[in-house]
Design a protein around this ligand. Structure first.
Ligand code: PLP
Length: 465
């Protein structure tokens, strides 16, 4: 055992020693299934042989925890979070209940409390750690679903949907695919969400939202507000949505998978204003908190609803008692002790450390926007309100009709090149790059590489057509 762990430490040190400058995915040779054992071994190869084979496969690991990975919204792991995550596996605690892990439960209680404090959410709210924002959306919306059915006089978690009307769900065009997936998992249905957009980008048409709420004549509904959409990091007008939710008696759920972190900064409270008025709020740990996969959090104003939605009982199970039993407040029973990594990184770096990192990332995004604006062959497509810069390659002599295909081709070349990793999207119908700055390691030289590489590959792609 000790030798296996030493091998793992050596491998981790070697892997991380070059993560700052490694190609994200070079001209990788993926390990064949044969190199990894082929079919189920009749006779085991032994502990050390297995770990050595795994370490030998590390060239195939995408360097997504490095500072030049700007695709999607992907954080790295801080040293404290990574080390604590190793210990979570070592102690192998089941953070189901106090009785199964006092340590895991205590650290999750602290993690939830500290996160509420970091995000300036009321201390009285309930909360639970999840595997990510998708399950956090599921958790928050499950609480909303319970509230909605109670308004119809039904315990939905006991009785199910039978006899209830369809549950109306409203949002802007910014609503994330994981929220609609959560609605599907909850039996509410992906297709149930009505998106009120006033433009091709998806910005909220608040008059249309209000009209829909009026048309319900007091019947309960759920509104999903988005704090940080994925194309440009924009926010819905959450304070105004909270006004409507209050006025018409709707549940307000906020998806702040990364955007919620703006509330840890001094300047960010304007953008995130009103989130504390919501009924449920969620975010991710494996994005801007920079803890290893998988980690997310859901916060709910009325903690009683979490306990109702996720109740679990059996003669052999502990009765809900004086301590929080997180297995009774979220979707899973047996659970990884995710509180260890969340607690450790907050203990290590504090509010100050996170505030400084997020403000640095916001400044880097503004810096990147300036570099885009200064380049004659780049065009910025959106205001930079957060940590994402949405732009495209646009040399003066290329017709508008050809730009989408050109940018899609550059996007493909960029992922193959691997010096930086930036995804493409469609923004208001246009193919665009959308680098997101979330990794604690990222500095100015990493961000500068984005425009350098896009322009270099852009010129090369243009010359080749
Ligand atoms: C990433 C993201 C999600 C989904 O998060 P997972 O952790 O991948 O489940 C949900 N909403 C938004 C806005 C996101 O950026």
């Amino acid at each position: 055992m000790a030798e296996a762990l030493r091998l793992a430490l050596d491998e981790a040190e070697a892997y991380l020693a070059t993560i700052d400058t490694d190609r994200i995915a070079g001209p990788t040779t993926f390990p064949s299934a044969e190199a990894l054992g082929g079919t189920l071994p009749e006779r085991g190869a032994g502990t050390l042989a297995a770990i050595r084979e795994l370490a030998a496969a590390h060239p195939a690991a995408l360097r997504s925890s490095g500072p030049r990975f700007f695709h999607w919204v992907v954080g790295g792991g801080t040293p404290a979070a990574l080390a604590a995550d190793w210990l979570a596996s070592t102690y192998d605690q089941n953070a189901f209940a106090w009785e199964s892990s006092p340590l895991g439960t205590r650290l999750e209680e602290l993690a939830v409390d500290w996160l509420k404090d970091l995000f300036a959410l009321p201390a009285t709210w309930g909360g639970v750690l999840t595997t990510g924002a998708t399950m956090a959306n599921f958790t928050g919306l499950a609480a909303g679903r319970r509230w909605w059915a109670e308004r119809h006089g039904v315990d939905i978690d006991e009785r199910g949907f039978s006899g209830l009307p369809a549950l109306p769900v409203f949002s802007s065009g910014y609503v994330h695919a994981s929220a609609t997936k959560a609605l599907a998992m909850l039996g509410i249905g992906r297709g149930s969400v009505q998106r009120f957009s006033r433009d091709a980008v998806g910005r909220l048409d608040i008059a249309a939202l209000e009209a829909a709420l009026v048309a319900l004549r007091g019947a309960p509904s759920i509104t999903v507000a988005n704090a940080g959409e994925v194309n440009a990091g924009d926010f819905d007008p959450i304070d105004a949505m909270a006004d409507l939710a209050e006025k018409y008696g709707a549940w307000l759920h906020v998806d702040g998978a990364f955007g919620l972190f703006v509330r840890a900064t001094l300047a960010g409270m304007g953008l995130g204003r009103g989130i504390e008025r919501a009924d449920s709020v969620i975010s991710d740990g494996h994005k801007w908190l920079n803890v290893p996969y998988d980690s997310g959090f859901a916060f709910v104003r009325d903690r009683r609803l979490l306990a109702g939605a996720f109740a679990l009982s059996g003669a052999y199970l502990p009765a809900p008692g004086e301590h929080a039993s997180f297995g009774y407040l979220g979707p899973e029973a047996s659970r990884r002790a995710r509180g260890l990594a969340v607690w450790a990184t907050l203990r290590a770096y504090g509010r100050d450390g996170y505030r400084a990192m997020i403000e640095r990332h916001l400044a880097l995004a503004r810096h990147l926007a300036e570099r885009v604006d200064d380049a004659p062959d780049l065009e910025r497509l959106a205001d930079v309100r957060l940590n994402i810069v949405c732009f495209r390659y646009r040399p003066p002599d290329v017709a508008e009709a050809d730009l989408d295909a050109l940018n899609a081709r550059i996007g493909k070349a960029l992922l193959e090149d691997g010096r930086v990793y930036v995804g493409t999207t469609r923004y208001g119908g246009k193919v665009a790059f959308r680098p997101a700055i979330v990794n604690w390691r990222t500095g100015e030289e990493d961000v500068d590489l984005i425009t350098d590489v896009v322009r270099e590959l852009g010129a090369r792609t243009l010359a080749a057509v």
